[in-house]
Each structure stands twice: as structure tokens, then as C-alpha cells.
Design a protein around this ligand. Structure first.
Ligand SMILES: [Zn+2]
Length: 423
């Protein structure tokens, strides 16, 4: 197909008439800048805003496409593309292409025998994504055999097992709420206590109470994020505390690109007006947080940092490194995660605490396995960790095992999921 995805570093590619960008992370838009003139760029609305804002790509090249609706791309011989929410950073999407092979694009000497034939091909490019049952259940994808899947293989290794994203997000929100309401709540409540409190108190009372407590026990929650990504934790904590969100003007401008009305309504320019601040991920350590919060020390009695990163979780010693696929699935599906699983990092004190959070916006090994096991595909193509022969070999072994296990399970097998948004 005359299509290239996340391939801007190659500049103009022979026979390519449509350039696609999955999301606005720098390793995917490498070399894209205000001098781009190689052809139209297709992406989601959020990504379009971001590349116009951050990279100054001329708007005439940028073509935002709607989510979830198949759209025919001009000058591609009738290729249709569907954008599917990737569950990665804001604006990120999967591209699902359907169409005929019409050109041998690029400078490869390989010539496809299908160019000019009537066969329809289906290619799914995952960009970066956190696989979820929603991807498998997407009406445009469900029940179709996909020829090639370009897979985000960042964590294609069984040592990367972190808990489901929605559980981690609610654990952070719950912990923030409990810290805000005083440490006593950090210990398990008496059975029924919490629910009694919730049912006998009206919403207005709760709000009033929360405001009073906030004055008495003002805690500053600082969440580390990338320039784009991990906003879901920030929003959940802000919602739980009914607080505004503060970050510097550079980050604010990037957040505004997302066209997310809820997020926009939470932003404030006044740092004292928000109990939730966003800082770069690398700044969430005791030294930097101490320095950061120095200027707010008369306003906040306590500072709590959240450091979301996928590498926080350490597998218990002795865990089988090459488990069978049914073992991988059943073992992972027993895992849960609540606020009590968040532990203060070393050196934390009663007034300054850092919580490492096992949070990732890439699929865990388990999620990749569930994803690959839940639909029919011809070929999986790794897009990450492909630099070394050894790493490619290791990943190819897992793809082979998925293939074998899929055959065993039969044609329409789908890994049963615990919820709509995680396996
Ligand atoms: Zn990314």
C-alpha cells in the first residue's frame, strides 16, 4: 500500500502518498518538523493539534481523521483506515487499514506478488498501545482475519507483569483521598464504616466536610508525567480530591491540545489553588520535590509524590520465567491491585513521601498475550526492541508460542476478560 506509519525519519519515501502518525511521542515522529513537505499526514485530532503546536508542522499537511469510522484515504488506491483509541497517551491510536496492494512502496528490492491483484489485505498498526478487550471487541476489527499486525513489543518478556491500568488508577485516587483525610484512614476501616458514612451523608455535606478537612490537613499531591502521557492518574486524583490541577504554562499548552473539556476545566494558573500539581516524571524524587515544594511550604503541610513507571513492579523470586500460556493467563488474572499495594519509597517522611506507581501506558506481557490470543492474524511484526538479533529471536519465540496455542484453542477463541477495559 502507498502508506507509511511513523516513518518520518525517512523523509520522502518512494511511492508513498499518505503518511500516518500514531501519536505525538518523539520516537514516533522523529525528524518531523516545520519543514515537512513530503505529503499529507493523517492522525487523530489530538495528535494533529500537538504536532502543529509543538513541531510547527504546516497545517496544510495535517489531516485529522475521525475515530472509529472507516475513512477512505485519497490517492491510495482505495485504502480505508479506521482509527482506534490506543489506550496509550492522549491522541494515540491504532490504525486499521483495509485495501488492495497497489504499489511496491519504499526502496526495498522485495516485490509483492499481490500488487495489482484483487485481494483485500488487512493491516493493523498498533503504534504504542496498552492492549485491552476493547481492541478485540471493536466492531471494525471483530471477526476479521488480520494479515499483518505491527505490535508494540516494548514489554514482550514475561518479566514485565504489572497490574491492570484501571486498578492502578483507582488505587492512586483512593490513596490520595485517604492521605487527605488523615492517616487514620490508612488503616482498614471497621466493616461497614465507610459505606455507612457514604450513605448517611448528603453530597453537599461531603463536599463541605472535605473542604474543612482540606484546610486542616492540606496535602500537595505531585504527579510525574511525560510531556504527553500519564494524565489519567492526574485526573483521577484531582477528581477524588475535588481539586484543580496546576502545571507550568508549557505543559498547560500541551494539555490544551487534547481537546478534553474535563481536563481543561480542571486546570488553574494559580499553584495555591490546586492540590494536584504536574511535574516532569524525573522530578518526582525526594530531593527535587523538597526543592519544588519549598515555595509552597506555608500553604501545604505535607507533600506526596506519585511516580508512575512501568518498571516499578518486581516479580517474586522464583517465578517461572518460561510459563505456559494458560499459566500466564490464569496467574495474571488472579492479580488485583488496591491502594494498600502502593508503598512509600525509601526515605519518605511524615511530611514528604514518594510513592512509586507500577503504571504503564504500554501493554504488559500478559496483555500482549491475551491480545494475540484473541483474534486471527497472519503475521506479528515487532516494532520495539528490534535492534539486536538476540532480542528479535526471543520475541519471535513468543509469537510462535502464541500461534501454536491459538491453533490449539480453535478459531473463535477469545481470552475471557475480567472487565471491559482489562483482562
Ligand atoms: Zn508512545
Amino acid at each position: 500500500m502507498p502508506i507509511a506509519v511513523d516513518a518520518f525519519k525517512y523523509g520522502t519515501i518512494p511511492s508513498v502518498t499518505a503518511y500516518f502518525l500514531t501519536h505525538a511521542h518523539s520516537d514516533h515522529y522523529t525528524a518531523l518538523s516545520n519543514t515537512w513537505n513530503s505529503g499529507p499526514i493523517y492522525c487523530s485530532e489530538g495528535t494533529a493539534n500537538l504536532i502543529k503546536h509543538m513541531l510547527r508542522v504546516h497545517p496544510s499537511w495535517v489531516h485529522p481523521l475521525p475515530m472509529n469510522v472507516p475513512t477512505e484515504i485519497p490517492n491510495t488506491g482505495g485504502v480505508r483506515v479506521t482509527l482506534i483509541e490506543a489506550n496509550h497517551c492522549p491522541g494515540s491510536c491504532l490504525f486499521f487499514f483495509e485495501g488492495k496492494q497497489t504499489v511496491d512502496a519504499g526502496d526495498s528490492t522485495f516485490k509483492s506478488p499481490y500488487v495489482g491483484t484483487t485481494r483485500t489485505f488487512r493491516f493493523l498498526h498498533c503504534g504504542d498501545f496498552r492492549a485491552s478487550p476493547a481492541h478485540i471487541e471493536h466492531p471494525e476489527v471483530k471477526g476479521k482475519r488480520i494479515d499483518h499486525v505491527y505490535l508494540d513489543t516494548t514489554y514482550l518478556d514475561p518479566k514485565y507483569t504489572f497490574p491492570p491500568q484501571p486498578l492502578v488508577i483507582s488505587a492512586c485516587a483512593e490513596l490520595a483521598k485517604r492521605i487527605q483525610h488523615g492517616d487514620s484512614l490508612l488503616y482498614p476501616a471497621q466493616p461497614g464504616t465507610m459505606s455507612a458514612w457514604v450513605t448517611t451523608t448528603s453530597n453537599a455535606d461531603v463536599k463541605g466536610k472535605q473542604k474543612d478537612t482540606a484546610k486542616a490537613n492540606n496535602v500537595l499531591m505531585i504527579v510525574g508525567t511525560y510531556s504527553i502521557g500519564k494524565e489519567r492518574i492526574v485526573k483521577a486524583i484531582a477528581r477524588a480530591l475535588q481539586s484543580k490541577i496546576y502545571c507550568d504554562s508549557r505543559k498547560t499548552a500541551i494539555l490544551r491540545c487534547q481537546a478534553d473539556p474535563e481536563l481543561e476545566s480542571l486546570l488553574t494558573k494559580n499553584p495555591l489553588d490546586a492540590q494536584v500539581h504536574i511535574v516532569p516524571l524525573g522530578h518526582v524524587n525526594l530531593d527535587k520535590l523538597k526543592e519544588y515544594s519549598e515555595k509552597y511550604k506555608n500553604h501545604f503541610k505535607k507533600v506526596v509524590g506519585f511516580r508512575p513507571t512501568g518498571w516499578t513492579y518486581v516479580q517474586p523470586a522464583g517465578t517461572d520465567q518460561v510459563p505456559s500460556i494458560p499459566t500466564i493467563i490464569s496467574r495474571a488474572q488472579r492479580n488485583t491491585f488496591t491502594y494498600t499495594d502502593l508503598r512509600q519509597g525509601r526515605g519518605s517522611s511524615s511530611t514528604l513521601q514518594v510513592y512509586p506507581v507500577p503504571y504503564s501506558e504500554h501493554s504488559s506481557f500478559f496483555e500482549l498475550t491475551c491480545f494475540a490470543m484473541s483474534f486471527e492474524w497472519g503475521k506479528m511484526i515487532a516494532t520495539v526492541n528490534v535492534g539486536s538479533e538476540a532480542s528479535r529471536g526471543k520475541m519471535a519465540k513468543w509469537v510462535e508460542r502464541w500461534e501454536k496455542e491459538r491453533k490449539k484453542q480453535g478459531k473463535n477463541y477469545i481470552v475471557p476478560s475480567r472487565k471491559d477495559d482489562y483482562w
